[in-house]
Design a protein around this ligand. Sequence first.
Ligand SMILES: Nc1ncnc2c1ncn2[C@@H]1O[C@H](COP(=O)(O)OP(=O)(O)O)[C@@H](O)[C@H]1O
Ligand SMILES: N[C@@H](CCC(=O)OP(=O)(O)O)C(=O)O
Length: 367
Amino acid sequence: MAVRGWKRIVLKVGSALIAPTANGCSTRYLLSIARFIAECRAAGTEVVLVSSGSVAAGRNAISFKQLPLPINVKQAMAAVGQSRMMASWSQLFDFDCAQILLTHDDLKDRRRYLNIDNTLKTLLANGVLPIVNENDTVATAELKVGDNDNLAAMVAIVADADALLICSDIDGLYTANPRTTPTATLLPQVSSITADIYAMAGGSHHAIGTGGMITKIQAADKATAAGIDTLIINGQKAATFDELLLNRPVGTVFLRQQERISAKKHWLRHNLKPSGSIILDTGAVQAVTLRGASLLPSGIHGTEGDFEKGDAVLLTRESGETIAQGITQYSAMELRKIQGAKSQEITARLGYCPSEVAVHRDDLVLF
Ligand SMILES: Nc1ncnc2c1ncn2[C@@H]1O[C@H](COP(=O)(O)OP(=O)(O)O)[C@@H](O)[C@H]1O
Ligand SMILES: N[C@@H](CCC(=O)OP(=O)(O)O)C(=O)O
């Protein structure tokens, strides 16, 4: 029977577990994780692995000591470390592993997103273990997701996973960073991710990890909103995996939210980086939020930023509060000319009218 009733899981493993001393890969913690993966598969639970560690694993191959490491040095380390990391995992399994390297650009492009979806499902159907990482060697800051916790949440959504398991070097989410606040206590369950939960999260305590607890809570926020239970667990302890297999409580469980929204709305909400904002007047805010209407140029009060047609934009109130995110049918320059205009006035102001709406209701998601 599937582990905990999960048909498919995404397991994210942090750098501190792959290359704990930043001196090449170590199997010290990977053995029990690999055994867990094999047991899941044997029980009928499909596994997608999101593995960090390429920079840490390749660190000793590139002679550069000054911190912070410049981007070109990190990219060179990642180029060495990625193949070391893949080799490290592959030696632990008697089935095939597949390398999938992604950037944020791949996840925000609908066509590439669907290709990733198809590839993952084909690999899983053929019993291959997909091992995903960010394509650090080619990705510049603007193209990156930036951390593998958020990447793993996006992969869990693409893969339609039942659960996201984030393996770190700590037992779960504490009320404060236990490395600096020894009185902090572990939260076994979080049913709603509020500002108070975000306030508990601190950064990483070492130079190998990216983001600390903050990125893990962001990931849990994304995944639970998509109906995916998310666990933060200690991947350094073999007992963690025994508890999981025995269906016992372990780590911090972030409960999935009841309401599910469509894959397209998830994609709109989580996979796009907004290039600017459209400011709505009061009537348009009501139409969009209460009546589920499209945003018309007549309800636009102004714009911020320099975006093009097809870009993601935030929809905000005049007070600056964000109410939605969507894809704009017009560039910022065009919208400045037609803001406040009735549909029949668009051609007169612009010389053409490719669309009567600025943001179509199917292309926007409310916050
Ligand atoms: N509230 C908190 N609860 C637990 N750990 C926290 C908290 N705030 C910050 N941390 C830090 O986050 C670290 C885990 O994140 P990180 O170092 O990025 O690991 P990984 O490489 O697994 O992503 C912990 O070891 C701890 O130092
Ligand atoms: N993609 C990077 C890891 C980025 C990252 O989020 O690291 P971590 O916080 O250890 O999960 C790498 O492979 O080095």
